[in-house]
Design a protein around this ligand. Structure first.
Ligand code: SF4
Length: 363
């Protein structure tokens, strides 16, 4: 069969409303035209979001520590243990950042940090309880799966016990960070000491089993092949089939600035092709999130025509991508205007993707 005939057959399967397999997704990613991929992804988005609403959330990244012993070669954010620039934020400083977030209308923080060997589970339990006592309606979207695995290691706990204790202390949901590419042969080439693909998936499965929702992420455009990108998507799709616990899939491109790994960033076309393929292939994910933080506001808005239905966070504070030299900023009026300019209806949301009335009425 020729490539054109194979692509026609895949399109037929998709138009019928049937699920496409990993090999078909790879065929699309590698060979379908950007315009056709966008049209298919847009149809897939409309099947899930016929009202044209594009959501966003007001929240803040808080990086409680930059001390880390995972030594990822793609990371410009961390400092090794005992480095003079290493820090752990005091609870009072985190509370000040939360207060500023409330002042801007948000009640969620995305709390993530390095794998600090000095912080055991009691540190997180105390911190979460303190924050919840000060801000009772705070939504704690915190601790990516590799951080949870790290806590298990330094505290000698099994994953179910660690998740249970963190949940009881106030953890509300888990961000999908640290997934990079969920293929160990890729991970081993750029990570020295961090959760494996199966460990990442196991933390998410356990969290979902205990009633926590989470997101799935993918950092791509570095040393992985397109086939490995699809393998990553297959793994999160399979887990979503089992649990239904993921609220969204978020893809972003590797930012090479100031990193040991170096290299180049993926092109805009590659970003859009990958996001469109994700929308078509991940038929059990309701929400696909843009990464304007890495792509910039214009490409972020353009991605809405490639299957994306969520603009993510206003990112009142961001430290990880900016450490790699990438600095894009969008406040709530900017996001609202970008969504409207792209022909969609903006709506504020919470982590569960429940739509919220926006106090902001401008643009
Ligand atoms: S990406 Fe996370 S785990 Fe890896 S070195 Fe940076 S802070 Fe540590």
């Amino acid at each position: 069969m020729t490539t054109a005939a194979r692509l026609d057959a895949i399109e037929g399967t998709f138009l019928d409303g049937s699920r496409i397999g990993p090999e078909e997704a790879l065929e699309l990613l590698e060979h379908e035209s950007l315009v056709k991929l966008g049209a298919m992804a847009d149809l897939a988005r409309r099947r899930k979001h016929p009202d044209g609403v594009v959501t966003y959330i007001i929240d803040r990244n808080v990086n409680y520590t930059n001390v880390c012993n995972a030594f990822c070669t793609f990371c410009a954010f961390y400092r090794p243990p005992r480095h003079e620039e290493g820090y752990v934020l005091a609870a009072e400083e985190i509370e000040r950042k939360i207060r500023e977030t409330y002042d801007l209308g948000g009640n969620q923080i995305l709390l993530q940090g390095g794998h600090n060997p000095k912080l055991k589970i009691e540190y997180y339990e105390d911190l979460f309880r303190k924050l919840k006592a000060s801000f009772p309606d705070l939504w704690l979207h915190a601790l990516s799966p590799p951080e949870v695995i790290h806590i298990c290691r330094v505290s000698r706990l099994a994953v179910p016990e660690a998740v249970r204790r963190l949940r009881e202390a106030g953890l509300d949901s888990i961000p999908g960070g640290g997934a990079e590419i969920l293929v160990d042969s890729v991970r081993e080439r750029m990570i020295k000491n961090k959760a494996t693909a199966d460990e990442w998936l196991a933390v998410m499965e356990e969290a979902h089993r205990q009633g926590l929702r989470s997101t799935a992420t993918m950092m791509f455009g570095h040393i992985e092949t397109r086939a490995e990108r699809i393998e990553h998507m297959r793994k999160v799709r399979d887990l979503q089939d089992r649990t239904g616990g993921f609220t969204a899939f978020i893809g972003w491109t590797y930012q090479p600035g100031n990193t040991e790994m170096g290299g180049r960033e993926a092109t805009t076309a590659e970003y859009l092709r990958t996001m469109a393929t994700a929308r078509i292939f991940l038929d059990n994910f309701v929400n696909i999130q843009a990464s304007w933080v890495t792509q910039g506001p214009k490409v972020g808005a353009a991605s809405l025509a490639f299957g994306v239905n969520d603009m993510g966070s206003t990112m009142i504070e961001e430290n990880v991508v900016s450490a790699a030299g990438t600095a894009h900023h969008m406040n709530e009026p900017d996001i609202v205007a970008a969504v409207r300019d792209a022909g969609f209806v903006p709506s504020r949301r919470n982590m569960l993707y429940e739509r919220l009335p926006a106090p902001y009425a401008g643009a």
